[in-house]
Write a protein that binds this ligand. Structure first.
Ligand SMILES: C[S@@+](CC[C@H](N)C(=O)[O-])C[C@H]1O[C@@H](n2cnc3c(N)ncnc32)[C@H](O)[C@@H]1O
Length: 216
């Protein structure tokens, strides 16, 4: 299903090691994270409805971390599994949600047949891709999605500024202008369905961007 994480480029090795080291703390921090966020849940509900209309096939949360978004998608009625680079994250996700499937793998090289998925959620996980790698991540998402399949990207928005790295608590991450990320997805074979921008909540630093895209 997902590719074994063996020979990784150095930036993926750094991401894996950083999340492995902080996985337990991260999982505690994000427990119940969606509860106070109605707009975020609305995006996921829209995704679920659109994915259901895209025909047969499972959906995947890529970069699932401890798995609470995957479990939320399951609760929305989807046949869903999670993939993450970090073996510790995957162990925690399996322990927390024993009825769900979670696999170690990298979302830029998925062990999935072309067109296998009807939906992909990347919830704050492409944020760690170096900007020059983003086109190949999105090309891989397009490859494994069926025609008409739905993609959600959640990310930190750069509020008109350029794509820029910031001091994410775990490892280097990048903020994207929503138009720039939509354009990269467009070049990879996606048409925009809609977008949601929301202002940071009390304990957040940056505006949050959400793109809903359809594989064309
Ligand atoms: C900020 S966390 C988000 C986790 C979860 N989606 C959430 O919302 O809490 C980013 C996650 O993406 C994973 N990740 C980063 N790059 C990845 C890649 N190339 N393939 C798979 N997972 C990746 C990390 O290991 C980490 O668990």
């Amino acid at each position: 299903m997902s590719s074994p994480v063996t020979e990784l480029p150095s930036y993926l090795r750094a991401t894996t090691d950083a999340y492995d080291a902080l996985a337990v703390r991260y999982a505690e921090l994000v427990r119940g994270a969606l509860d106070p966020l109605p707009l975020d849940r609305a995006v996921l509900a829209a995704f679920a409805e659109l994915a259901r209309s895209a025909g047969a096939g499972p959906v995947a949360e890529l970069g699932c971390g401890p798995g609470y978004v995957t479990a939320h998608l399951r609760d929305l009625g989807l046949d869903v599994f999670g993939v993450d680079l970090s073996p510790v994250m995957i162990r925690l996700a399996r322990e927390a949600y024993p009825g769900l499937r979670f696999e170690v793998g990298s979302m830029d090289a998925l062990d999935l047949a072309d067109g296998r998925l009807r939906g992909i959620v990347s919830w704050y996980s492409v944020i760690h891709a170096p900007p020059q790698e983003m086109p190949s991540y999105l090309a891989e998402f397009r490859r494994v999605l069926t025609l008409g399949g739905t993609l959600v990207l959640a990310f930190f928005e750069s509020e008109g500024g350029p794509v820029e790295p910031f001091d994410h608590k775990v490892t280097t991450a990048y903020r994207w202008p929503i138009d720039a990320l939509a354009a990269v997805a467009g070049e990879a074979g996606f048409a925009e369905i809609g977008r949601m921008l929301r202002e940071p909540c009390e304990d957040e630093r940056f505006r949050r961007g959400h793109l809903l895209m359809r594989a064309r």
